[in-house]
Design a protein around this ligand. Structure first.
Ligand SMILES: [Zn+2]
Length: 544
């Protein structure tokens, strides 16, 4: 069958094909002890250096606010096991990602002992997070050779054949025929890959890459975390594209084949899970990225753009996804990805889950490891419980003092000095003393995170702690200016989504740029969780 193109033997399996996300529902077992110790009852003079005065007076909470309740009374999550039932992994055999392997980076043993994903589910949530992995033993039982649809065992597929589950392969044939009728000759580069093949592929990337393990994670999924293990996913190019060089190179999305896949594949039950985030599109293009800023991974998927990676979810589901995507205002920050649509089906909040901690993105990763476990990112991680929900530490963050500088007329930089226990959940927007700025009518529900992007809505996620700031007198929206307590180096990547992040740890200072309205006499600063304020302080605005 001409439609199913030839397999490239020994192909370079670039595609990340597994991705991650982040956030877990924040049904976190947040335990809340009372309101945090408000250290000094009255003044804490700040150490602020330059220009301006900054006395911060702590006041007793002026507005009555609900007292957070302990975990015992927290509402039960709507779906207690949204990621699937946890299944023990008796034997995890991929030494390249384990402690003592050839690289300094590794997965915590705690993240190799349990898997949540049911691979037979066409709508399985497979991504880079600890909850997004398939068991090493998962193999589809209805694999066929994509070229002639003959039944194949998984080991045969791992020995150089292109295989998919039967329904996906039949749909692929239909799709390739339709492409051909439109003058585009499709070509399958890579299809099913079992856990051990993915281990071997990842090892190959890590051994070759200049930066080893961590560079490999940007190009290849960790074993278990690849959508290719589902047997429903293919990396597809065109004959024209393959004739002009190695297929995994930039630009395929803007070819006739790339456009065809992006626009038509859903009609055959396929979706493109890793599109370009609207914030990263060049002039609104769906196929070209902006070049004026570096484009890191998309926090909603865990990967960069992969216009060749298509996943079969069934014609009916793909049609429903496509309708939901159209309704999400494509091109706006609200445009959904497959990951977000699958999350909604499972009752998950937030745009994604953080990648599993592997030593490469400490500060923005999640782990099942607890204090006694070996983990590559000790404090810079979110902790997950046995069902994959975020667990908050029993101690709460508290404000030590707050101050303000007014370097230029109209912009105030509020500096909040806090003490934060390790593993405290927070959420975007991450602010730095350079960008973004709450100016004009911007609030946490309408903040433009980067130049030349649209406003995002960073609604409160359950269990997340954030700084809240407002002018005195206040605006219509209470605590209109909210800011993450995550490390500020997370800003370039993670403001493109709204999800749970780990906070910075220990004594830290968060800077927030705001533009107080004319007539504001001062600012009020607090730390919020689930809408309740803690440690509220009043700060006088220096006259400029
Ligand atoms: Zn792929």
């Amino acid at each position: 069958m001409r439609s199913a193109a030839a397999l490239l033997v020994g192909a370079t399996f670039a595609c990340a094909c597994g991705r991650s996300g982040s956030t877990s529902t924040a049904n976190a077992a947040t335990s809340a002890t009372s309101t945090s110790t408000s250290t000094s009852t009255s003044t804490s003079t700040s150490t602020s250096t330059s220009t301006s005065t900054s006395t911060s007076t702590s006041t007793p909470t002026p507005t009555p606010t609900p007292t957070p309740t302990g975990s015992a009374s927290a509402a039960p999550p709507p779906n207690p096991t949204p990621f699937g039932a946890p299944t023990a992994i008796p034997k995890y055999a991929c030494s390249v990602v384990m402690p003592g392997g050839p690289f300094r980076s590794f997965l915590s043993p705690a993240d190799t002992r349990v898997a949540f994903v049911d691979g037979d589910d066409l709508l399985a949530l497979v991504n880079r997070s600890p909850t997004g992995a398939l068991p090493p033993t998962y193999e589809p039982t209805d694999l066929v050779d994509v070229h002639d649809l003959s039944p194949r065992k998984a080991y045969e597929c791992d020995s150089g054949r292109d295989c998919l589950r039967r329904d996906a392969a039949v749909a692929l044939h239909k799709m390739l025929d339709a492409m051909h009728a439109d003058g585009v000759t499709g070509r399958v580069e890579s299809a099913y890959r079992g856990f051990h093949t993915q281990c071997w592929v990842f090892d190959g990337w890590a051994a070759k890459a200049h930066a080893g393990f961590c560079e490999a994670t940007t190009q290849s999924a960790l074993p278990g975390h690849s959508q290719h293990q589902l047997g429903t996913t293919v990396d597809m190019f065109t004959a024209d594209w393959a004739a002009r060089g190695p297929v995994f190179r930039d630009g395929f999305g803007c070819t006739a084949g790339g456009h065809w896949i992006d626009e038509q594949s859903w009609r055959f039950g396929f979706v493109v899970p890793y599109p370009i985030d609207p914030d990263d599109r060049k002039d609104g293009s769906r196929c070209a990225q902006r070049w004026d800023r570096p484009v890191p991974i998309d926090p909603k998927t865990g990967y960069k753009h992969e216009p060749w990676h298509v996943r079969f979810i069934g014609e009916d589901a793909a049609a429903r996804y496509h309708a939901a995507w159209l309704a999400s205002d494509p091109g706006s920050p609200g445009e959904i990805t497959l990951e977000q649509w699958l999350r909604v089906q499972r009752g998950l909040q937030g745009d994604g889950e953080l990648p599993v901690c592997d030593g490469c993105q400490c500060g923005a990763c999640a782990t099942m490891a607890s204090d006694g476990d070996k983990s590559p990112c000790a404090e810079g991680s979110l902790r997950l419980d046995g069902n994959g929900h975020v667990v908050a530490p029993s101690d709460e963050p508290h404000i030590i003092d707050a101050s303000v500088d007014v370097p230029d007329a109209g912009v105030a930089i509020v500096r909040v000095h806090l003490h934060v226990p390790a593993h405290t959940p927070t959420q975007p927007p991450v602010m730095t003393d350079r960008e973004p700025t709450y100016a004009g009518s911007a609030t946490f529900a309408s903040l433009v995170p980067y130049p030349a992007t649209q406003a995002h809505d960073y609604e409160d996620l359950p269990g997340a702690w954030r700084i809240g700031i407002e002018p005195n007198p206040p605006l219509a929206t209470r605590w209109a200016w909210r800011a993450s307590i995550a490390r500020d180096d997370l800003e370039p990547t993670w403001n493109r989504a709204n999800l749970l992040l780990p906070s910075g740890t220990g004594d830290l200072t968060i800077s927030v740029r705001v533009a107080p309205p004319p007539g504001a006499t001062g600012l009020r600063v607090t730390i919020l969780r689930d809408g309740a304020e803690h440690d509220t302080r009043d700060i006088t605005l220096p006259s400029h």
